[in-house]
Design a protein around this ligand. Structure first.
Ligand SMILES: Cc1cc2nc3c(=O)[nH]c(=O)nc-3n(C[C@H](O)[C@H](O)[C@H](O)COP(=O)(O)OP(=O)(O)OC[C@H]3O[C@@H](n4cnc5c(N)ncnc54)[C@H](O)[C@@H]3O)c2cc1C
Length: 417
């Protein structure tokens, strides 16, 4: 197996490294570098603009819509170098990763030229309006309605678990537009403005006092008629494209946050002596092996994209990816809490200082619930087997769509059996 990258990819790598060195703040690569909270907030705003000016946000997108048209290989190298530098590479997750690629795949020319530049520049923030109180895994059961009235859709209903709903300017929302059609038909995918009287956002407070996701209520909310993505009553197919983007991760960089996090866990075990415990050592060895499996699988996925290979193995790799990393993460965070011992049972985080942990991101200071960075990662890992399709649903997909096993009996069939 040849794991080296072609010379042109390595030349591109040098270009990215030079750009990062020229544009990141002085001292960024020095051990112990940090910015205070105000300086960091200023830098983050400026960084989005610097990235945009450099053309690096969604650089694989076509040039005519503001991307750089990077090849798959170049995109991989770009992601690797930003990861290596620990530098952010996006404006807004929901825009860059979910709705942007969906608009490029399904949008009209007008939708692309209207929305894509605003996504790239970070001018508009998005949220995802799929889940409802009675429609999560069974998304086809959604009941939020949109009815055409002249030049506008009038939306009524409720969404839930809407991450960053309180800051979003737009929501990509699934609505029932033909109540008489079968469950998965008659749904449309709308791009709806959030800042209007008909949209009420209620953040859901969690046990730690934070409130990242929200309930969103629509009461005669208005959305321009032309903001349907992929055609009226075709929303299910469009939504599947979005979910595909949500479940995929950057092939050769997805494992890196776990690798860095495992180093921190091992350091912790060395510092408090738990490293001498054979069960802890066994747990660490198992975690290390799984991270290596993610790394190799990432390279396998990349090779299959580059060579155009499509077989059962490739399909299984992509379908098992999300459950593999999310279940790994829960397992290793349980181990981390065990390693911390009594320290893991009390809240030892700094209530005033931001702390980074690679497997989680940034822990924001929270005086009411000062969890440490590793504790925050432990809590967040609980949600990772739920959002973007639960592990159980992923297993159904592997069974039914990859292995071709008989379909799961539907509730109606069970009742009649
Ligand atoms: C942190 C977080 C952020 C989120 N952000 C968003 C967001 O921004 N926008 C959005 O629209 N949604 C969001 N969600 C919602 C998420 O998509 C749903 O929680 C998820 O789809 C599961 O739906 P549910 O919660 O209704 O659970 P349910 O579908 O009710 O499932 C409950 C349990 O039953 C199991 N189950 C259900 N059906 C089957 C089946 N057929 N076979 C086997 N087991 C089954 C599930 O696996 C699960 O264990 C977020 C969720 C979380 C945790």
């Amino acid at each position: 197996m040849d794991l080296t990258y072609p010379p042109e990819a390595e030349a591109f790598r040098k270009e990215i490294r030079a750009w990062l060195e020229d544009n990141l703040p002085a001292g960024w690569f020095d051990a112990g570098f940090s910015l205070d909270a105000d300086a960091k907030a200023d830098w983050q705003t400026a960084w989005t603009k610097t990235l945009f000016d450099g053309g690096w946000i969604c650089a694989s997108w076509p040039k005519e819509y503001g991307g750089k048209g990077l090849t798959t290989m170049e995109s991989v190298v770009l992601a690797e170098e930003f990861h290596r530098a620990g530098a952010p590479l996006r404006a807004d997750f929901f825009g860059d990763t979910l709705v942007g690629p969906t608009i490029l795949q399904w949008g009209t020319e007008e939708q692309k030229t209207d929305f894509i530049p605003k996504i790239l520049s970070g001018q508009i923030a998005w949220c995802q309006g799929f889940s409802e109180p009675d429609a999560g895994s069974d998304l086809g059961g959604l009941t939020t309605k949109a009815v055409l009235d002249g030049d506008e859709w009038i939306i009524n209903g409720q969404k839930i678990w809407t991450t960053q709903g309180f800051i979003a300017d737009f929501i990509f929302i699934l609505c029932r537009t033909d109540p008489d059609a079968p469950k998965h038909k008659g749904i449309s995918y709308l791009l709806c403005p959030m800042k209007q009287p008909g949209v009420e956002v209620r953040p859901i407070e969690q046990v730690d006092g934070s409130a990242e996701f929200c309930e969103v209520f629509f009461t005669d909310a208005r959305c321009p008629k032309e903001n349907v993505l992929g055609g009226v009553n075709n929303g299910w197919k469009v939504a599947m494209a979005t979910l595909g983007f949500e479940r995929g991760t950057s092939a050769t960089t997805g494992y890196r946050r776990f690798e860095k996090e495992l180093d921190i866990i091992v350091e912790k075990a060395k510092a408090n002596g738990r490293i001498a415990d054979p069960v802890v050592r066994q747990g660490i060895a198992k975690a290390y092996s799984k991270v290596q499996i993610m790394k190799v699988n990432g390279l396998r996925s990349l090779s299959s994209v580059l060579t155009g290979k499509k077989d059962l193995g490739v399909a299984a790799l992509s379908a098992t990816n999300k459950m593999f990393w999310s279940e790994y993460h829960q397992e290793v965070m349980n181990l981390a809490i065990d390693i911390m011992g009594m320290e893991g049972q009390i809240l030892t985080g700094d209530p005033l200082r931001e702390e980074a942990v690679p497997g989680y991101g940034v822990r924001h200071p929270n005086p009411r619930f000062p969890a440490s960075a590793l504790q925050s990662s432990f809590f967040f890992s609980r949600s990772e087997t739920i959002w973007g399709g639960t592990s159980q649903i992923q297993r159904n997909i592997v069974g039914e769509r990859v292995l071709g096993l008989p379909k799961e009996p539907r509730p109606e069939a069970k009742a009649g059996a």
